[in-house]
Design a protein around this ligand. Structure first.
Ligand code: ADP
Ligand code: TYD
Length: 205
């Protein structure tokens, strides 16, 4: 039997991840399990509430909470799905920890910890590919501000310079054993989807 595929969709806040994941869900239906990081499990959602709700957490505590949420997500959702031969698509994953905590948060010493955690601990769920939606932070911010359904979280509210550092962080992310693709996300939702779908189809072949 062919090995099931695991694909991560990532990018800065407002780059259009949720919109693209929704379109992929329409195309792939029950062939894939769709999830998001942080969250995706009861434990992960509780951790996510702490992460997005607290103003007093230290950078190290934040870092390990993201990893804790991801451990639950892999063990409870992603690894079991892949084992059953289902595909998994995650809205964010360790690429976000690298771009946000290591690069924008200026903690280069955490990069080694991510590599150890992702390579050793999460080896049952190494993504086949990361698709990064590359967007100008100014445009992404405008989209978030005009989307009334969205409550801005503490990360969304950070200055543009922070989001520029996150964007640069994604560009520096070099996952071991996975492919990484960048898609220009500053085009219409349908045009971006065409490129994302072309990549997903290629990865699934
Ligand atoms: P993210 O999950 O990356 O934060 P969303 O998919 O929720 O981003 O998109 C944020 C807002 O921008 C939504 O209102 C969405 O409809 C809109 N949007 C998403 N992609 C595009 C696009 N390519 N062009 C214009 N608006 C977009
Ligand atoms: P979320 O509401 O999921 O944001 P979005 O809808 O834009 O994906 O909030 C998660 C926030 O957490 C988001 O701003 C990015 C940040 N984040 C990190 O800082 N590190 C991580 O490892 C992950 C997965 C997310």
């Amino acid at each position: 039997m062919r090995r099931a595929r695991f694909i991560v969709i990532d990018g800065i806040d407002g780059s259009g991840k949720s919109s693209q994941v929704k379109l992929l869900r329409k195309k792939l239906g029950s062939r894939a399990v769709f999830t998001h990081d942080p969250g995706g499990t009861p434990t992960g959602e509780a951790v996510r509430a702490v992460l997005l709700g607290s103003k007093t957490l230290s950078p190290l505590a934040v870092f390990f909470l993201f990893l804790a949420s991801r451990a639950a997500l892999v063990e409870e959702i992603i690894a079991p799905a892949l084992k059953k031969g289902r595909m998994a698509i995650s809205d964010r994953f360790d690429s976000s920890t690298y771009a946000y905590q290591v690069c924008a948060g200026k903690r280069p010493e955490y990069a080694k910890l991510i590599r150890a955690f992702s390579g050793e601990v999460l080896r049952k769920a190494v993504p086949d590919a990361y698709i990064i939606l590359d967007s100008d932070p100014k445009k992404a911010r405008e989209r978030l501000l005009t989307d009334r359904a969205k409550d801005l979280n503490a990360y969304d509210k950070k200055p543009l310079s922070y989001h520029r550092a996150v964007r640069a962080g994604f560009k520096k992310f070099k996952p071991k054993g996975s492919k990484i693709y960048f898609v220009n996300a500053d085009r219409s939702i349908d045009t971006v989807h065409k490129d994302v779908w072309a990549l997903v189809s290629r990865i699934l072949k």
